[in-house]
Design a protein around this ligand. Structure first.
Ligand code: NAI
Length: 324
């Protein structure tokens, strides 16, 4: 069944010269999208640059009968982001889809991370997403239609040793996507975050230094990979990514995980918790200690979609606990 088409749609995919982005770009083009294939062409640790990564993918799309143009700009600068979006506007006249995917790794112990390792990772993943998404958003807003997909990571949402820089940047993208989803709802623009999982060239950057952390080494060694054989691959991520940027998908403000052929929404939830007695007197530190189990009890929880939803959830918890 190929009824999810992209005829007439213009897509930007950053970091589309390799790995996940390349596969997204190829699949979008096969389904009729005109694609800006952006890639700086550096190494898995973000060193160097080359035109060939993006050019080869553009050539493959054209060989298959699709339409694509290359962009060799870095997402890590404002000028680069503007230029990537301008490439779409010059070649195809608009932007409908923006997949922010470019990135690399520079892993190290938390206490040893240098400014170079922190800044480069924040620049490419977090600031790079702003630099591309802001001009793309302005173009989408003019047309009253848009689909954003930001690339998060399980490292940020769940945790991974030796990746504090990367997890901080990827975690920031969650907040960015949520706010783009809220503001974009006024203009036909959706925004979601995908947490992909794939053996890519980034695996080469994963030296096993993180195994020096005992609890983490235990988690790595003790994980059950029974559902993962031959499925931790790039193509297993592409169907969800492409669906999330399709016209058919109107879901927004979501976080989705693709892992070993399992596709799932990820939620940020708050427990019902413990509601202190009504009145203007705050509880004591000892009150918190006495109720700490209840504060952490996730048997009742809610998922606020805005800051204000949480006030409503608190009132509901207070009623359930007969505090009001
Ligand atoms: P990859 O290394 O195969 O592809 C990333 C591409 O981004 C490369 O072609 C690279 O040249 C390009 N790039 C790097 N810096 C750039 C810049 N400043 N401007 C433009 N392009 C740039 O890696 P992979 O695995 O396909 O990763 C894609 C995205 O998915 C990344 O954001 C990564 O952090 C994320 N991710 C990957 C996971 C995995 O399991 N492979 C897990 C979670 C997230």
């Amino acid at each position: 069944m190929t009824d999810i088409g992209f005829d007439g749609r213009v897509a930007i995919v950053t970091g589309a010269g390799n790995g996940l982005g390349r596969d997204y770009a190829l699949e979008l083009a096969r389904r009729g999208a005109r694609v800006v294939v952006n890639d700086l062409g550096g190494s898995g640790s973000g060193q160097g640059a080359s035109h060939s990564a993006a050019d080869l993918v553009v050539q493959q799309i054209r060989d298959e009968g699709g339409e694509a143009v290359a962009s060799h700009d870095s997402v890590s600068t404002r000028a680069g982001g503007e230029s990537i979006v301008q490439t779409a506007l010059d070649a195809f006249g608009k932007v409908d889809i923006c997949i922010n995917n470019a990135g690399f790794l520079r892993n190290n112990r938390f206490e040893d991370l240098s400014d170079g390792e922190i800044d480069a990772i924040i620049d490419v993943h977090l600031k790079g997403a702003f630099y591309v998404a802001q001009p793309a958003y302005r173009a989408m807003r003019r047309n009253g239609y848009g689909r954003f997909l930001f690339t998060g990571s399980a490292s940020a949402m769940f945790g991974h040793a030796w990746q504090a820089n990367y997890a901080a940047a990827k975690g920031g993208l969650m907040g960015l996507s949520h706010v783009v989803a809220i503001e974009g709802s006024a203009y036909g623009i959706t925004s979601n975050l995908l947490m992909p999982t794939a053996q890519s060239r980034l695996a080469d950057e994963m030296n096993d230094g993180f195994m020096e952390i005992p609890a983490f080494a235990q988690a790595v060694a003790g994980a059950d990979y029974a559902a993962s054989a031959d499925r931790v691959t790039v193509p297993f991520n592409t169907p969800l990514a492409v669906y999330l940027v399709s016209e058919r998908c109107t879901a927004t403000h979501g976080i989705y995980s693709a892992n070993s052929g399992r596709y799932a929404r990820v939620r940020i939830c708050a427990a019902d918790g413990w509601v202190a007695p009504m009145g203007p007197t705050p509880p004591s530190v000892e009150d918190i200690a006495a109720h700490f189990d209840r504060i952490g009890d996730m048997s009742h929880y809610h998922e606020p979609m805005t800051v204000y939803d949480e006030f409503t959830a608190v009132a509901q918890a207070a009623r359930r606990q007969q505090v009001i």
